[in-house]
Design a protein around this ligand. Sequence first.
Ligand code: G3P
Length: 218
Amino acid sequence: MKFFIDTANLDQIREANDLGVLDGVTTNPSLMAKENIRGAENVKKHYVDICNIVKGDVSAEVIATDYEGMIREGKELAALHPQIVVKVPCTKDGIKAIKYFTDHGIRTNCTLVFSVGQALLAAKAGATYVSPFIGRLDDVSTDGVELIRQIVDVYNYYEFGTQVLAASIRHTMHIIQCLEAGADVATCPLNAILGLLNHPLTDIGLQKFLDDYKKVNG
Ligand code: G3P
């Protein structure tokens, strides 16, 4: 399973990357706005800055909602850096754009996916990744992790090459559940990744090792 960090915050990206286990980054317009990145040129520079920190794939989302606009923007984003994956919403024009990008060797991440049917269209269009939003499904009393399980099953059954990228992960337990559901990638906030480290028995055990060492070594 690959680990992506879901943020546009450069300090958090550096911190996750320093752990040595980071495989990539996902962003979206809301995450860019949270970092107050304004204007098309600054947004592009920010994507390049992210690519220069991590080795893996970096999802950069189109703003256009029409087919021609998505193609124009997606080409510009893909030209920024070889690590860029063009993130496209799961709409009618979005699916058409993903098919175009697939046919022209540009990798894509189909975002805002909330159903198996949407995931099917993304895979048929040749998306590199599909991003089901599990936290937002949980928010409306629907089991987000169950959707991951269903998409993984369907993709395996029909041998689709699209990777299932679990998104809208809100906490550490979501990561474990996505792992068990067979997600190819989990994109997570930094605190959810760091939460994987927490265990009181590790802290207690380490303290005892240090205390015992001091007893004989002073
Ligand atoms: O990966 C998508 C993510 O950024 C959305 O998360 O918490 O806004 O649903 P959230």
